[in-house]
Each structure stands twice: as structure tokens, then as C-alpha cells.
Design a protein around this ligand. Structure first.
Ligand code: GLN
Length: 532
């Protein structure tokens, strides 16, 4: 019998449903249960690939190349679950599948309706991911009351009916605003949100209550009375300094035991030692390094979510805190770059698309190269490093990417036609996991300690092989290659304490207990500079 945990959100968006789902997954794994996940997104885009990071945060990429919601990053960071193309569906994707069936005549004679056809498609997507796990955690995007969310709530209600009571648990995440004048957390929005959920046929079993502070026993009592959720199942989720302590905060309130009881699973001994250890380490870091992240979505932390998290993970083995300052590449000029960047121990240029802020990123790469400041370039961050090197070391002032100048006379970064035909199969992006052979005589090999790695990609442009001999001759070493398609994966400057840039996105694979080796070495190099 398969088990399901449904997570819905009320009152406001951005409450941390993904983090809650990931933390619940971690609790089950700590008790020896295997989990799987699915994120149901009620919006109409087929996937978040084309959505602005301003609006929707980072686009996370799975091994098999699905462009997904950033919550999947939380699931992978908090658990050992391996996510794939089935782990995130949107209303747009399900509607387009359904309409394709309708056009093909597979539903001939039928009137296609939201209930049952669309809701059945949602249920199928959920059942599809449950086979190899003990518990499937289903997160429904959006907030209760959203019009587009209705069929999704109806579908999860029906699954509860089909699976009977003991195999499904409804967890509702809600928010209690703190009213300063009254010095009180207010429960009314939560009461309303639960009423709305009830009107759709779902009585939540567990309420997870986000608030600035911890809920008092009185508040829990009041919420329980108005929502029909037993007091022991009203869980307090105050703001945390460190998200990796969330599983412990939940376990302290017996959320793990309650979920196991609801699902009628055997109660097993839970081992959360590793979560306690990292929480303690993160709480006691004394010194810090300052890292400049030169991007273009600097108002929005979520746009670089996995990079932020990977930098936090790298704090642990280095035993040092990382202070991240976001610098908008658009604000950097040849005149101010030295003064803006001079106080940093390391510079990271993340991935990105489009022209805006590119010249500033190129200036940042040049500053790091000349001043021997640790530099870590990710995807576009590698491309700008190569452009900078070509312009200022190879003396090719017009060097550029054809993404920014289609007529560039020195297209150091370009779309490789042959590779496009072989690998892209009609799509335009290189997406998902690819192998990379690492040169054993390189800094990056010292980081990975293996010469065969795989990492996830999301880009169209590549380093133009025509320029490789000149780049190598002048000290820019190609230290990682994809031998199948003959593409450059990693570059580094030999005569530099730490200048590594990669075409892939290492941040997607970093975990709190297995910080990504390049991030670890980058922070290690920044720490060495800081100690000088
Ligand atoms: N815009 C660049 C490309 O498409 C880089 C993409 C990225 O940084 N993810 O190749």
C-alpha cells in the first residue's frame, strides 16, 4: 500500500512549502523510510524554463534535463530522493498532454472536462512517482483560494478517498501575522484558510504554522479549537537562522512520529545526528569571508537559490561563515570596478541569459584575474571569463559571445552547429547531466579527486574550439572536457591561486552533508586570502 503526504499552503505564498516538504522527507529518511516527491504547479506555463527568475526564482534542473521549480532543489538537498522528469508537473503540461490526446482521438465521443479528465491526469502524475518509495510527498504550488489551484485540490482530495484514511495525510502550511501593537500572533487568517480548504472537502490533519516567533500553548489551543486539528498536530514553525535545523524543529514537536502514526507505519528509531551536527557547526562559525556575487537578479535571493545554498554548504568543511554581497553587474564600470570589488575575498559570477549586466560581469572576471582574487564562474560566469581573457590577454578587443553580438568578429563563445545537431535533437538547450573528463594535472582535479565526473547543464552557447590553442598557450587551461561532443566544460588559469569556471551548474548537486568540491575549494581559497 502506498502512502501520501499532501502539502498545501494558505494565507500567503513564499511560506516555505518546499522546505517543509524537504524537511518532512528528511524525517522519514532518518527513520529508514524511502521517500519520493512530486511538485504540482497550477500555473499554465508548460514548465518554468521560460519564466523570469524575478517572478519565479531559480530554474532548477534534474539529471534527466527537466527545467523545474526551485522547490525540487530543496527536496534533493534535504533527502536522497532522485528526481526526474516526472517530479514536477504544471497545469500547462497536463492540459497540453490532455489536449493532444483529444486531438488524436484517444478520448473520442467524450466531453473533456476538468473533473474527471483533468483531475485524473493529476492523479496519474502523482501515482506515477510513488512506485519505488514508502512515502510520496506531494506539494501543491500556490495558495488555497487560487482559482487555478482548484482542480489540484480536488485531485488530492480524491486520492485521499481512493487510498483510504490511513494512507494519506493532509498537511496545511499557514501563516500567523504578528501584530506589534497587540504583541500577538493572529490566528484569523489561518482559521479562514482552513475553512476554505474544508469547503473543498479537505480537513487538514496537521497544521504547520509559520510565524516570526514560536506559537504559545494558548495560540495552539485556539487554532485547534477553530480548525478541528488536535493541538498536538498544530506545529510551530518560527523563522530560522539556518534552514537545515528545520527537521530538528519539527522532530522536537514529534511531527515525525505523528506522520508515521497517521500512516500506520512501524515506528522506527530515528537518527537525526547528522542534522544536529551541521546545525551546531553552522551556529558556531566565528570568522567569515566576503564573497561578491556579480549577477543581475540581485534583489531576488531566490533567483540564485542553489548557489546560495551551495555556499552555505561550503561553510561547513571550511569552518568559516560566508557573507554574500550581491552586486548588480550593471553597476560596474571600468572606473569603479577596483573600488567596488576591493574588499572581497572571492568573486562568483553565476549563470544568466541575455545582454544585461554582461559587460560588468566581464569587468569582474578581469578584476579577479589581474588581482589574483579567487574567481568562480558558473555557466555564463565561465563564458564571460573566456571573453575577458580573449579580449585582454589574447588581445582580441572584439571578442564576445554570439548571444550578445551575433556579428562578433571573434566569437569566443558561440553555438556549435555540429554539436547542436547531434545533441540538441530539435531543442535549443543543452540540459541535464553530461559526463566530464577532468585533467589530472589541474586544480579542479585536486577538488574532485577523480577524473570522471558528471554535472548538470542549462545553456545554449559553448567555448569556440577555434580559440582553444591560443587560450591554452596564454595560460588558460581547459581542465575539463566532454569527450563525446568534444566540448569544453571547465577552464582555469594556471598562474592564479584560484580561477576556475565551468560550463555546467555545480550548485544543483551540492548538499549540506556533501558540499560541492568546487564550492569548498573556492571558499577555502577565499579563506586563505582573507588570512593574509
Ligand atoms: N546564456 C548562456 C548560454 O545560454 C549561459 C546560460 C547559463 O548561464 N545558464 O549559453
Amino acid at each position: 500500500m502506498k502512502n501520501f503526504i499532501f502539502i498545501t499552503g494558505g494565507v500567503l505564498s513564499s511560506l516555505g512549502k518546499g522546505l517543509t516538504a524537504g524537511s518532512i522527507g528528511a524525517l522519514f529518511e532518518a527513520s529508514g523510510y524511502k521517500v519520493s516527491f512530486i511538485k504540482l504547479d497550477p500555473y499554465l506555463n508548460v514548465d518554468p524554463g521560460t519564466m523570469s527568475p524575478y517572478e519565479h526564482g531559480e530554474v532548477f534542473v534534474t539529471n534527466d534535463g527537466l527545467e523545474t521549480d526551485l522547490d525540487l532543489g530543496h527536496y534533493e538537498r534535504f533527502t536522497n530522493a532522485v528526481l526526474n522528469k516526472d517530479s514536477n508537473v504544471t497545469a500547462g503540461k497536463l492540459y497540453s498532454r490532455l489536449l493532444e490526446k483529444e486531438r488524436k482521438g484517444d478520448l473520442l465521443g467524450k466531453t473533456i472536462q476538468i473533473v474527471p479528465h483533468f483531475t485524473n491526469a493529476i492523479k496519474e502524475a502523482v501515482y506515477n512517482v510513488c512506485h519505488e518509495s514508502d512515502v510520496t510527498i506531494v506539494e501543491v504550488g500556490g495558495t488555497i483560494g487560487d482559482i487555478e489551484g482548484l482542480p489540484f485540490i480536488e485531485a488530492i482530495r480524491q486520492i485521499g478517498l481512493e487510498k483510504k484514511k490511513n494512507n494519506s495525510v493532509y498537511v496545511h502550511l499557514t501563516y500567523l501575522p504578528y501584530l506589534k501593537m497587540a504583541d500577538e500572533l493572529k490566528t484569523k487568517p489561518t482559521q479562514h484558510s482552513v475553512k476554505t480548504l474544508l469547503s473543498m472537502g479537505i480537513q487538514p490533519d496537521i497544521l504547520i504554522c509559520r510565524a516570526e516567533k514560536e506559537l504559545s500553548e494558548d495560540i495552539k489551543k485556539k487554532i485547534s479549537l477553530f480548525t478541528n486539528v488536535e493541538e498536538q498536530f498544530v506545529i510551530s514553525a518560527p523563522d530560522l537562522n539556518n534552514i537545515y535545523s528545520q527537521p530538528l524543529v519539527f522532530a522536537k514537536q514529534n511531527l515525525d512520529k505523528s506522520l508515521i502514526n497517521f500512516l500506520n507505519l512501524d515506528s522506527r528509531k530515528s537518527d537525526l545526528t547528522n542534522w544536529t551536527q551541521i546545525t551546531n557547526t553552522l551556529a558556531t562559525l566565528e570568522n567569515h569571508v566576503n564573497i561578491a556575487m556579480v549577477g543581475k537578479y540581485n534583489e531576488c535571493k531566490d533567483a540564485y537559490k542553489s548557489i546560495y545554498e551551495a555556499l552555505i554548504h561550503a561553510q561547513i568543511p571550511n569552518n568559516i561563515k560566508v557573507n554574500i554581497s550581491c552586486i548588480d553587474g550593471e553597476d560596474l564600470t571600468a572606473e569603479n570596478v577596483d573600488s567596488v570589488l576591493k574588499s572581497f575575498d572571492g568573486i562568483l559570477v553565476p549563470g544568466g541569459f541575455g545582454n544585461r549586466a554582461v559587460e560588468g560581469k566581464i569587468l569582474a572576471a578581469g578584476y579577479a584575474r589581474r588581482n589574483k582574487i579567487p574567481y568562480f564562474g558558473i555557466c555564463l560566469g565561465m563564458q564571460v571569463a573566456a571573453i575577458e581573457f580573449a579580449r585582454n590577454v589574447l588581445n582580441l578587443p572584439q571578442a564576445n559571445s554570439t548571444e550578445f553580438d551575433v556579428n562578433s568578429i571573434d566569437p569566443v563563445i558561440t553555438i556549435i552547429e555540429e554539436q547542436k545537431n547531434i545533441t540538441f535533437k530539435g531543442a535549443t538547450m543543452r540540459l541535464g547531466k553530461y559526463d566530464c573528463k577532468v585533467d589530472t594535472n589541474s586544480k579542479v582535479f585536486a577538488a574532485y579527486k577523480t577524473d570522471m565526473i558528471d554535472e548538470r547543464h542549462r545553456h545554449r552557447y559553448e567555448l569556440n574550439p577555434k580559440y582553444i590553442p591560443a587560450l591554452e598557450q596564454h595560460g588558460l587551461h581547459i581542465s575539463g572536457k566532454n569527450n563525446v561532443d568534444d566540448l569544453t566544460e571547465i577552464i582555469e588559469i594556471t598562474d592564479h591561486p584560484f580561477f576556475i569556471a565551468c560550463q555546467f551548474h555545480p550548485e544543483f548537486k551540492s548538499k549540506p552533508f556533501a558540499a560541492h568540491p568546487i564550492f569548498v575549494e573556492f571558499i577555502g581559497a577565499a579563506k586563505r586570502l582573507n588570512l593574509i
